[in-house]
Design a protein around this ligand. Structure first.
Ligand SMILES: [Zn+2]
Ligand SMILES: [Zn+2]
Length: 341
C-alpha cells in the first residue's frame, strides 16, 4: 500500500518534508480486527505534536493520522459487528485496557494504557489500516467521507470540551483559537444553545471573519478585551499567552477549558505575568481535556447528523500531506484539512 511515513522526530521550522511517501506491506487484521481501506483522513494539530516530539510516537517508522473514514475490506475471524463494505470511522482512541478503574468508570480517555491512533499504532495516512472492531464507528449517511473525517477528532474532542465547559443556554462562551475544532464547537453551540453568545479570539483577520460568518457575536485578536466577561472559555491554541488572556476575561466562578494535548514551550515565560488577583481569584477554574472516549465519538456523530453540522473541508492528495501539515503549522486555516486516498 501507499503511505506517508514518519521516520524520526523533526523540527518543522527546519524541515518542510517530515513525512515520506512510500510503499509498505498491506497490514493484515488480527482475529478481533477489521482491515479498513481508507478513503479520507483528517489532518490534526496533534500530528504536529507527534512529528515535533511533544507527544512522540511509540515506534518508528509510523503512519500518522487519527480521523479516518473508510470501508471494511477484510476482517479477523472473531469480528461480528461489521461486514465487508461497511463504512466505518476510527478516532484518536485506538485502544484502552478496559480493566482499570478509569476504563470501568467510562473514563477510558484517562487509562494509563490509552493508545492513540497514528501515535501508538499505524494510522490513516495510508491506503489501509487495521483496528479492533470495538474501536470503529458507523458513519451516519448524512456525511460524505471527507465531511465525516474531521468530525472524528476535531468534532468529538470539541464536543467533549463543550461538555466540560459546563456552559448553559443564555451564558457567554469564549473560543480562543479558531481552527478545525473551534469552528465545529461554534456550529454546535449555535444549534444546541441558541441563546449562548460566542466570543472568538483569533490571530488572523480571515479566521475572525469566518467566525462572524458562522454566527459569533464578537471576534477580536488574542489580546483584545471582549465587551463583557465570559462564563467559560475553550482554548484550542498551542501556546500559553491565550491562557493568561483568557483567565483575565472570565467571570467569577468561570471555567477555562484547555483543549490541547501539549502546549509549545516558546512563550511559556508569559505565565510569569499571571496575577493571582486578576487571573485566578474568585474561584476561577482551569481544566484540561484529555483524549476522547468511544462514547464521545459515537454521541457526537449522532448529534452532528441530527444537527446537520457539516465541517468546512479542504482536500489534499495523500502525497501532499506535508503541505497540509505546514499550512496547519503556519495557521493558514479555513476549516479542516482532509487527505484523500
Ligand atoms: Zn486530532
Ligand atoms: Zn484502562
Amino acid at each position: 500500500m501507499k503511505a506517508m511515513v514518519l521516520h524520526r522526530i523533526c523540527n518543522l521550522e527546519e524541515s518542510s518534508q517530515p513525512l515520506h511517501f512510500c510503499e509498505m506491506e498491506d497490514p493484515s487484521p488480527r482475529e478481533d480486527e477489521v482491515l479498513i481501506r481508507v478513503s479520507a483522513c483528517g489532518v490534526c494539530h496533534t500530528e504536529l505534536d507527534e512529528i515535533e516530539g511533544r507527544t512522540p510516537p511509540s515506534f518508528f517508522p509510523i503512519v500518522p493520522g487519527h480521523q479516518i473514514v473508510g470501508r471494511v475490506a477484510a476482517s479477523g475471524r472473531n469480528v461480528g459487528r461489521y461486514r465487508i463494505g461497511d463504512r466505518v470511522g476510527v478516532a484518536w482512541i485506538f485502544s484502552a485496557c478496559r480493566k482499570c478503574k478509569f476504563c470501568r468508570a467510562g473514563s477510558e480517555n484517562l487509562c494509563a494504557d490509552f493508545r492513540g491512533t497514528g501515535r501508538d499504532a499505524n494510522g490513516g495516512y495510508a491506503e489501509f489500516m487495521t483496528v479492533h472492531e470495538d474501536f470503529c464507528y458507523p458513519i451516519p449517511v448524512e456525511f460524505s467521507d471527507a465531511e465525516a473525517a474531521p468530525l472524528l477528532c476535531a468534532g468529538a474532542i470539541g464536543y467533549r470540551s463543550l461538555r466540560l465547559s459546563n456552559i448553559a443556554d443564555g451564558q457567554r462562551l469564549g473560543l480562543t483559537g479558531f481552527g478545525a475544532s473551534a469552528h465545529l464547537v461554534l456550529k454546535m453551540v449555535r444549534h444546541r444553545y441558541p441563546n449562548v453568545a460566542v466570543f472568538v479570539f483569533a490571530r488572523s483577520e480571515k479566521e475572525r471573519a469566518f467566525a462572524l460568518e458562522l454566527g459569533a457575536a464578537w471576534a477580536g485578536d488574542t489580546n483584545d478585551s471582549p465587551p463583557q466577561l465570559l462564563d467559560a472559555i475553550i482554548d484550542t491554541t498551542p501556546v500559553w499567552k491565550p491562557v493568561v488572556e483568557a483567565l483575565k476575561n472570565l467571570e467569577p466562578g468561570g471555567r477555562l477549558v484547555i483543549n490541547a494535548i501539549r502546549k509549545e514551550e516558546r512563550d511559556k515565560d508569559t505565565l510569569l505575568s499571571l496575577s493571582y488577583a486578576a487571573h485566578l481569584w474568585l474561584e476561577k477554574e482551569i481544566k484540561s481535556v484529555a483524549n476522547v472516549t468511544r462514547q464521545d465519538v459515537s454521541e457526537f456523530l449522532q448529534l452532528a447528523a441530527r444537527m446537520k453540522i457539516k465541517p468546512e473541508v479542504e482536500e489534499f492528495a495523500l502525497k501532499d500531506a506535508n503541505q497540509a501539515l505546514i499550512e496547519l503549522k503556519t495557521a493558514k486555516i479555513h476549516g479542516a484539512k482532509v487527505l484523500r486516498t
